[in-house]
Design a protein. Structure first.
Length: 168
């Protein structure tokens, strides 16, 4: 796998100019793949403590990736405290370098540190590289949820971040 040791991931508000530019780029990607922008509701406050966190990844000082999580009411894999992954995106020039995998690991670590038991996410069937990333990272298919729960184009996944213990 290519070296991504120079990837710097920083926490920023979703309103930060680098974040906004990358969010617009991912919206353009949705238009290209699905014919329209993602119109699921996003409230910038969802990505502020204690509700969530938003991150931008930089390579050589250039913003190349985003990833975020926000607390969720979705219950998955037996976890009561979950967060939803949002706005995972890597610009084309930085793809296939392990950037998305590093960003996802960062989201998992920061969510776990905030007490999140499991991450949930929704992606689309026209994003096979995203589906492969999530499956190869230990995410499991779960029933649909959220804005696109009834769409045939949507696929939902979850991954436990902490080991579940049960009374014996």
């Amino acid at each position: 796998m290519p070296d991504t040791s120079d990837l710097r991931i920083s926490r920023v508000p979703i309103t930060h100019p680098d974040a906004q530019a990358l969010v617009e780029a991912v919206q353009e990607e949705y238009v290209a793949r699905y014919g329209s922008r993602d119109d699921s509701p996003i409230d910038p406050r969802d990505f502020e403590d204690p509700l969530g966190q938003f991150f931008v990844g930089h390579l050589d000082g250039d913003p190349v990736a985003t990833g975020a999580w926000r607390r969720s009411s979705v219950r998955a894999l037996g976890a009561d405290v979950t967060a939803e992954v949002k706005r995972m995106y890597v610009v084309p020039r930085a793809q296939r370098r392990g950037v998305a995998r590093r960003m996802l690991a960062h989201l998992e670590a920061t969510a776990a540190a905030a007490g999140i038991e499991a991450l949930v996410l929704e992606t689309g069937i026209k994003q096979p590289e995203a589906i492969e990333l999530y499956l190869s990272s230990g995410y499991e298919p779960v029933p649909g949820f959220g804005h696109y729960r009834d769409s045939g184009l949507s696929r939902c996944f979850a991954r436990l971040l902490v080991a579940r213990t049960t009374d014996l």
